[in-house]
Design a protein around this ligand. Sequence first.
Ligand code: PMP
Length: 392
Amino acid sequence: FFSCLDAQKPDPLLSLIEAFASDQRPGKLDLSVGVYRDDHGRTPVMRAVKLAEERLVRDQPSKSYLGPDGDRRFAECLGELVLGRGLSGQARGIQTVGGTGALSIAAGLLGAGGVSRKIWLGTPTWSNHLPLFAAAGLPVRTYSHVDEQGGGFALDAFLAAVQQASPGDAFLLQGCGHNPTGIDPDIATWTKIGRALADRGLIPLIDLAYQGFGAGVEEDARGMRDLLGVVPEAVIAVSCNKTFGLYRDRVGALLCYGNDAAGLDLAMANARGIARCSYSMPPDHGAAVVRTILDDAGLAAIWREELDAMRNRLRATRRALAASPGADALGLGGVAGQGGMFCLLPLDGAQVERLRSRFAIFVAPDGRVNLAALPLERVGAFTEALADVALR
Ligand code: PMP
């Protein structure tokens, strides 16, 4: 039967990984895939992670099954990191296979219970969002995430979408460090977003993958926490893969938030059931590492320092880009005030291709640039290359 399956287009971003690996030019620069890289182009294992791994090797008593929830203490510690002590008591969570796994289970939850719900996405958004929800059978609707000036969150477009939605529909919101635009709602706007959703009986689904890559671990969670303060229920998909540099270990959690304990129990039982039919139980190692770090004040302090250093470097890169000659014309004027790893430049396919063929600079096909992989000393060369392809 294999031959009657539909042909699949290669994922353009994943194909770039191969193209970059086989490119022989010295000084080639990969700004496409969303991983943090140091000034030598490396993505090192964080020191806190190595220390936690040493402890696990030494002390782990068993590798027997844990069950579909995965590491329960991990989900508790992560709940506190994400929601803060104040709100974490109103949430329950399970470990998932990365943020993507959390989103898939969230999609399954939204499709369960015999209620037909749509999911609303502000676009542009992470390229996996739309196919992920469509594959789960949810009707997808979109509205514009960015305002007409191109510099801020489009509250008007969001509110118009809220008016068009049917009660019970869900809205996906990225908690901070929006992928691909870097543009987040400002603090005061989060409460307005929450009230608008609550007034119409709509469900917030928050995708949090870049906590700590904007203004700080606590600061980046504030808007989302303000929203949670004004809604009765929410679902939160957390990825630890950027924040702990654990990418291939696939660490994440699904948190369900609400006031009704019986409702939360039902949500968890359903989430567990969805996980059980898919991968049964999540892989342990990465979550055990995160739990070991967050449960130990000393390791947690080392991790925070490392994350702070990554963020500060990223912010310095953003400031240098925004201060470079012709920044506004290149679409870089606003990047210093934005968060997360990415910015989205107004480049078409031919310009992206020219950056690659002429300058060995790889950016995503839609013009998304991973600033967390751009060394400060190459900012000048990067903006010159950009000017060559964008302003000619
Ligand atoms: N959400 C967003 C917005 C992302 O950018 C990513 C990673 N690119 C994820 C979720 C999922 O990440 P992972 O599955 O690696 O945890």
